[in-house]
Design a protein around this ligand. Structure first.
Ligand code: TAP
Length: 475
């Protein structure tokens, strides 16, 4: 049992001013694996005061100092590798290989990338009639979701440090322990007191408090659209800038010259990765009518390459969903899907032999209409939809017929068609033929998928204000 009831404020681990705690459940065993403090408004206030006190010197720290802090954090993160992998498997239910090959390197990559981006970053520019200065935005509040415990926190913290913005982090209460390890790493990295603070607690108290606190200048949030909307409304009262990374219903467009096996592999890995709990997952597969049958056969053939089960067991590709609530939500969408489309595989209930744990069946619907509920709403589970098309323009039109615009995937060969489709999908990130992720590539959405960008140099820009100085004496 982990009892982590302290907050990290002003460079120290301190007791909460309240006595309430929140249980953290291991989704594979359904047992309580630990507790965190349910922080109070007073705890948050202390953290904001510490961050404001740190602002004058932290915002004027040199590029070299910030690069060193980022490198120290990356080094500390590497030293805690085994522990981070283990804790993410227990709190999130990610199979050990997924924790090791997906979660662990993503958390690390943002600190390394921020150090590299900062080395080439210019905080001032002579633009002829004026000099442009880029300065820290002030104090930032960071609110993160449970689906990528280190990735989401790391990208925000790394950009804020690079920009000289002190922060208060509130991690998701379902998966707080990886963030606590991250705070311990930052504590040892030489980052000045008050520049990084962590307050645990509920979204309704600490999250809500961050978005309305007059001492916080900027809120960076990742999570659901419903909470994103509340944050924007709250932030409006103190005219705070907000960056929102919200949901998606991203298309995978399979071109008519695609290798059908590759297309099926892309579709399956999109729903199996992190048990489909990925904001940028491709969950609407657009396939030429002529390839439908062979594509569906390949999906069913390849399904056995993705075994579902205990995340601590070797060879498992997909673990449980994060919580009972999430399991219920996914089940209700599968029930809707059974009325709206044809069930190719999966369905409601738990996979055979997996009665304990929030396990769901990998579920594929075919003959899906793009305007059905299962093709329009974010399910956040291992559920995908297969939609057919005749002409590529029809696929693009359907791909864009959604309120979201986070990501898009293309599988195919002809370079001109790939370029045409990539430039016509209205989304913030496009991946062609499973291309690897570049940590300097901006991440964020069009439309209701969000506002702003994270990762690399664009991520740093979010934590900066722009000042134009007219008549700056030349040195
Ligand atoms: P959210 O409720 O959006 O939680 C995300 C973060 O916001 C958590 O830290 C949460 O705190 C906090 N929060 C909750 N209410 C808040 C408020 N009123 N003001 C400020 N912060 C608040 O996500 P969820 O409930 O865990 O998941 C619900 C659905 O959101 C999922 O089914 C999925 O569709 C979507 N989701 C999307 C993403 C991404 S990456 N786009 C990630 C997770 C979930 P607590 O943890 O303490 O509640």
């Amino acid at each position: 049992m982990r009892n982590e009831t302290k907050h990290y404020i002003n460079g120290e681990w301190v007791e909460s001013t309240g006595s309430e705690t929140i249980d953290v459940i291991n989704p594979a065993t359904e047992e309580v694996m630990g507790k965190i403090s349910s922080g109070t408004e007073e705890d948050l206030d202390k953290a904001v005061k510490a961050a404001r006190a740190a602002f004058p010197s932290f915002s004027r720290s040199t590029k070299e100092e910030r690069i060193q802090w980022l490198k120290n954090i990356a080094e500390g993160y590497e030293k805690r590798k085994e522990e981070l992998i283990s804790v993410m498997t227990d709190e999130l239910g990610a199979p050990l290989t997924v924790s090791e090959e997906v979660h662990y390197p993503m958390g690390l990559g943002h600190f390394q990338q921020a150090a590299d981006s900062l080395a080439d970053f210019s905080f001032s520019e002579d633009r002829g009639g004026h000099t442009l200065l880029k300065e820290s935005i002030g104090v930032s509040g960071l609110i993160t979701p449970w689906n990528f415990p280190t990735n989401q926190a790391s990208t925000k913290i790394a950009s804020a440090i690079a920009a000289g913005s002190p922060v208060i982090l509130k991690p998701a209460s379902k998966t707080p322990f990886a963030a606590i390890i991250l705070a311990e790493i930052i504590d040892e990295a030489g980052v000045p007191k008050g520049a990084f603070n962590l307050v645990n607690g509920s979204g309704s108290v600490i999250g809500n408090g961050i978005s309305s606190h007059p001492g916080i200048d900027f809120v960076s949030f990742t999570g659901s659209g419903t909470v994103g909307e509340k944050i924007m409304k709250n932030a409006a009262e103190t005219i705070k800038k907000v960056a929102l990374e919200l949901g998606g219903k991203s298309p995978i467009i399979v071109l008519d010259d695609a290798d059908v096996e590759e297309a099926a592999k892309t579709a399956l890995s999109n729903i199996m990765n992190n048990t489909g709990q990925v904001c940028s997952a491709g969950t609407r597969v657009f396939i030429p009518q002529s390839m439908k049958q062979s594509f569906e056969e390949s999906l069913l053939d390849q399904l056995s390459n993705f075994p579902v089960g205990d995340p601590r067991k070797e060879g498992i590709a997909m673990g449980p969903l994060v919580s009972e609530d999430q399991w219920e939500t996914v089940q209700s969408y599968i029930k809707k899907g059974e009325k709206e489309a044809t069930l190719l595989t999966g369905g409601t209930g738990k996979p055979e032999g997996l009665d304990t744990g929030y396990y769901a069946k990998p579920t594929i619907f075919t003959d899906v209409s793009n305007d059905s509920v299962i093709a329009q709403e974010e399910i956040f589970g291992p559920v995908t939809t297969v939609i057919t098309y005749d002409e590529v323009d029809e696929a693009i039109e359907m791909a864009n017929a959604t309120v979201y615009g986070l990501a898009g995937y293309i599988v195919g060969k002809d370079p001109e068609t790939i370029k045409y489709v990539a430039s016509n999908i209205r989304a913030g990130r496009i991946k062609v033929n499973g291309e690897k992720t570049d940590f300097n590539g901006p991440f964020g959405g069009f439309k209701q998928s969000g506002i702003g960008r994270e990762w690399g140099d664009f991520g740093i820009e979010e934590y900066l204000e722009i000042k134009s100085v007219h008549g700056m004496p030349s040195s």
